[in-house]
Design a protein around this ligand. Structure first.
Ligand code: DQA
Length: 146
């Protein structure tokens, strides 16, 4: 089975960007931890970060063709703006878990609305890099049940 891990805009700057909010870990560190976590299973992990909405849409479309079973996605700022990424996830009908490092609900009001939460299997937010760990743990469980 295949698990896709998607990171949205500016997450390439993790470790340097607003470290009081997002922590000191780099995206590479998060991706290697994810790789390790999945290593013990028979699941194949596909990871991608993009600053481009169109690339994220195209990658989600491609996930269908590639038989991806589940997507773990931090849409980053597109969480609050992107009908296009929402529609891509609805179109491919691949279940997904929404992840955030911070808890958007304790931040500015414009971060309180997500275009994803009402169609996500689950949402993990506010645990820093551990949000990914918990989401992947849940994703592995869901995939192995099927
Ligand atoms: C974020 C929260 C978003 O509001 C923000 O735009 C991000 C990161 C998070 O992981 O906490 O870029 O998705």
């Amino acid at each position: 089975a295949k698990l896709m891990l998607l990171h949205g805009p500016n997450l390439n700057l993790l470790g340097q960007r607003e470290t009081d909010i997002y922590g000191e870990l780099t995206l590479d560190a998060i991706n290697s931890a994810a790789k390790k976590q999945v290593e013990a299973t028979n699941i194949e992990l596909i990871s991608l970060q993009s600053n481009s909405e169109s690339q994220l849409v195209e990658t989600i479309q491609q996930a269908k063709a590639d038989n991806v079973s589940l997507i773990v996605i931090n849409p980053a700022a597109y969480t609050h703006t992107s009908v296009a990424i929402r529609d891509a996830l609805l179109a491919v009908e691949i279940p997904f878990i929404e992840v955030h490092l911070s808890n958007p609900h304790r931040r500015e009001p414009f971060r309180h609305h997500s275009y994803f939460s009402d169609i996500a299997e689950a949402v993990v937010a506010g645990f820093g890099a551990d949000s990914y760990r918990y989401a992947l743990d849940a994703a592995i469980k869901i995939i192995q049940k099927n």
